[in-house]
Each structure stands twice: as C-alpha cells, then as structure tokens.
Design a protein around this ligand. Structure first.
Ligand SMILES: CC(C)(COP(=O)(O)OP(=O)(O)OC[C@H]1O[C@@H](n2cnc3c(N)ncnc32)[C@H](O)[C@@H]1OP(=O)(O)O)[C@@H](O)C(=O)NCCC(=O)NCCS
Length: 173
C-alpha cells in the first residue's frame, strides 16, 4: 500500500529522475532537451522550504519513493490553491495510487487548510489525468487554447477545479 509523507530534502535525487522521465515531463511542458539537474532541484527545494504557500508530499510504496504531489499558490484570503501530482516511477501507475494520493491531498486542502477551491491545469491530451480528476469530482472550468508550445506543437490546457461545498455554506452564515 502507498504511504504519504511530507516532501523532504532526501527526495531531491528522485525529483530529478521523475521530472526527467518523458512520461512525466511530456505532460508538464518541460522541454525534453532542458533536463533538470540535481543542482536545479536543490535550488527549488531551498526555495520550497521558505515558501509558506506551498505544501508538497512524497508518495512511497513501502520505503520506495514513487512520486510526489503538492499544493502551491496557497491563498488563505481566497481559500484556494493549485494542485500537482506525478507518479514518477512508471511501474506504479494504473494501480489506484494516484487516486488515493489525490484524495489525501484534497482532504488535506479542504480539512486542514480550510480551502474552498483547488484548481489545476492539464494538457488536453493527458487523458489519464483528466479521467482521474473527473473521477475525484473536479469540473472543467474552461480551455486555454494553444496555451503551451512544447515538443514542436501547441497544446490546449484544460482548467479544472474541485470545490469544498461545506466551506462555501459555512462562510455564508
Ligand atoms: C495522472 C496520474 C497521476 C494517474 O495516477 P495513477 O496512479 O496511474 O492512476 P490510478 O491508477 O489511481 O487511476 C485512477 C483513475 O485515473 C484514470 N486513469 C488512470 N490511468 C489511466 C489511463 N491509462 N487511461 C485512462 N484513464 C486512466 C481512471 O479514471 C482511473 O480510474 P479507474 O481505474 O476506475 O478507471 C499518473 O498517470 C501520472 O503520474 N502521470 C504522469 C504525470 C502527470 O500527467 N501528472 C498530471 C499533470 S496535470
């Protein structure tokens, strides 16, 4: 079964592998010829540690880290945030782990942080992710056409969001 724990500095080498995995970076718009490095990820991690508006987690299968996910641009005033997930190790996909992990993160955002809305952008061609988000209750808010130029072509980006209806009712009282 998967375990979820806060992202930590020892995850940097895994971040490098996962972000350089073509099955991950084709969906996050990172050019394949601009691979990330340990040094770049160390810079990212040091910034992350100081950023109060980001909260990332590592998923592991037993002790083996298999991917990461997180909330960023956490906005306490508007009670919203953006979400990201990647199962970085291909062999752990399609086993229900992404769904379990996202459920954890959504609950964390709504219950622990008191968020009202969690948003994301996903390439239109990323059917596995879109299906996952729809299954979890995300709705489509719109399409940004030809939004990202990557690997020689333009990609439409679908904007999706999930709403915490309980918080919405509470704030109206
Ligand atoms: C998207 C991602 C997180 C899904 O995680 P996962 O662990 O493989 O997905 P799960 O096994 O939990 O599947 C949950 C649901 O997602 C959808 N899904 C997952 N893989 C799918 C596939 N290959 N084709 C179609 N739908 C798929 C299905 O709705 C599935 O529910 P079902 O099994 O009842 O049909 C994973 O594919 C991934 O990390 N992709 C690369 C990075 C990425 O694209 N991140 C998102 C950036 S926006």
């Amino acid at each position: 079964m998967i375990e979820i724990r806060p992202h930590r500095i020892s995850d940097i080498p895994y971040r490098v592998i996962w972000l350089n995995n073509p099955n991950v970076n084709q969906y996050i718009g990172q050019c394949l010829d601009q691979k990330t490095t340990f040094a770049k990820q160390k810079v990212w991690f040091n910034k992350y540690l100081k950023d109060k508006n980001k909260k990332f987690f590592t998923m592991s299968y037993g002790k083996i880290p298999i991917g990461f996910m997180g909330l960023s641009r956490i906005d306490k005033t508007n009670r919203n945030a953006d979400v990201f997930i990647a199962i970085g190790d291909d062999k752990y996909r399609g086993k229900g782990f992404g769904e379990i992990a996202m459920q954890y993160l959504i609950k964390f955002g709504f219950k622990k942080l008191g968020l009202h809305k969690i948003s994301l952008g996903v390439f239109e061609k990323n059917k596995p992710a879109i299906n996952l988000y729809k299954k979890l209750g995300f709705v489509i808010e719109g399409t940004l056409k030809d939004d990202v130029f990557f690997a020689g072509e333009y990609h439409n980006q679908i904007l999706m969001a999930i709403f915490n209806k309980k918080v919405a009712i509470k704030t109206k009282k």
